[in-house]
Ligand binder design. Sequence first.
Ligand SMILES: [Zn+2]
Ligand SMILES: [Zn+2]
Length: 298
Amino acid sequence: MMNIIFLGTSGMRPTKERNHSCIILEHNKENIMFDCGEGTQRQMKIAGIDFNRISTILISHWHGDHVLGIPGFIQSLAAQNYSGTLHIYGPKGTKKRINAMFKAFVFDNPLKIEIKEIKKDGIFLEKDEYTIAAYKLEHSTPCIGFVFKEADKRKIKTDFIAKLGIPHGPLLGKLQEGKDILFNGKKIKAEDATTLIEGKKIGYIADTAVCEGCAKIAKNADLLISESTHASNLEDKAEEYQHLTAKQAGLIALHNNAKKLILTHFSQRYKNTKELEEDAKTHFDNVICAYDFMKIKL
Ligand SMILES: [Zn+2]
Ligand SMILES: [Zn+2]
């Protein structure tokens, strides 16, 4: 089970319809948060997301529109006796800035929080069920984008197994783990007895100019989420503030073989995002613009 919920889809300034950046990835019983803009906890309440299931906060960069929701969110976790360890990953400077946030108001933090700074490209979190990698982006402050990749799974070929008469139990478990087995003195190869189902790959390109990191994040993504602050008639403005246009996001998706593109992080000037969608479609057809509370099942 995997869902993506957009809780905030605005750029620097929120609007009546759009909150600051936050995306929740629900993966089985665990929720992972990508950025935590101001107002995130109210958006979570409205969307019905259980605070206690958030295991991890991934911070792309320390501009206010991506992080100002963190202290309030943590304060609420503490008030409801969050029992796990909250893992926070972000770019260089994250530890110092989180600690500075807690000094700014009265709060004795009882939570177990583990903060890690990501200083190089590649996988930084590896679990049985998934991996998460980060890649450097180009923005006016250190900024990283993320790739969430589900682990590949093996599905038993039931006909094949039935023909050989292999009983349900540990032998099938081994095949599912990709290990060959011995059955009635005969070697059964996992690759013959199972079908490999590739895990889904989700990329998140946060605030950035066009750069190598964008390509690494987009490469073969089943779903690419990308900022697109402006349409291409404002490319100069986008360049000046190191942001992408919708057209550039479309090009990145096309050149890197992404299957689906969702645009987010819009300038407040776009009341209607049709213009941005059309702009991206010059290069890439399978694109939609996110809106607050949009939910995608994968
Ligand atoms: Zn931003
Ligand atoms: Zn920014």
